[in-house]
Write a protein that binds this ligand. Structure first.
Ligand code: URA
Length: 210
């Protein structure tokens, strides 16, 4: 079974992504653009979320109106660059709960090593949206979702800004049940595990650490 991949081709997303890719884009612009794109990706990822009806009163009349159960949504940020997407998504999902998974990439083996894991309780009732800007080798994403599945969430979706064929293949070979939402599938990985053409190191560009 191969998994689903949704490429968000909306012109606003594509335009902002191009600005983010440019090597001379400043840290503050990069951060602002990631926040804005994340709002738009969040809009797409919520497209099929279930609504329940609740009774409200408008100034004119009572009515039954649809609502999302925001408390059932958990945004899971993969540290550290996931924080850039998290901020944008929280703007449109302010009631969402938040979990964090800390993984670092072993520079020699490129495999993921966990150093932090904290998610809300009652995961069986919750729909998770895992966020990480770059789905590159796929090792961290696979490890994060492996770990998350141990908590038994109701559903999991994965949102990234960029990915590549190698990352999608690796991720879906382990988690074909988890759909990927992305703004672009780039050409390939280089020998250091970076996406080509990509945008460089998302964490460094977001936090200005290089
Ligand atoms: N992580 C990044 O930040 N950039 C890449 O291109 C790959 C992994």
């Amino acid at each position: 079974m191969s998994g689903q991949v949704f490429v968000i081709g909306h012109p606003l997303v594509q335009h902002k992504l191009t600005l983010m890719r440019m090597k001379d884009t400043s840290t503050s612009s990069f951060r602002q653009l990631l926040r804005e794109i994340s709002v738009l990706l969040g809009y797409e990822v919520c497209r099929d979320m279930p609504l329940t009806m609740t009774e409200i009163e408008t100034p004119i009349a009572p009515m039954m109106a649809p609502v999302l159960d925001g408390k059932k949504i958990v945004l899971i940020s993969i540290l550290r660059a996931g924080g850039g997407i998290l901020d944008g998504m929280l703007e449109i999902l302010p009631s969402a709960r938040v979990g964090h998974i800390g993984l670092y990439r072993d520079p020699k083996t490129l495999t993921a090593v966990e150093y932090y894991f904290k998610v809300p309780d009652m995961m069986a009732d919750r729909d998770c949206i895992v966020v990480d800007p770059m789905l590159a080798t796929g090792h961290s994403a696979v490890a994060a979702v492996d770990r998350l599945k141990e908590t038994g969430p109701r559903s999991i979706k994965f949102v990234c800004l960029l990915t590549c064929p190698e990352g999608i293949r690796e991720f879906h070979s382990h988690h074909p049940d988890v759909p990927i939402y992305t703004a672009s599938i780039d050409i390939k990985l280089n020998d250091h595990g970076y996406i080509i053409p990509g945008l460089g190191d998302a964490g460094d560009r977001l936090f200005g650490t290089k």
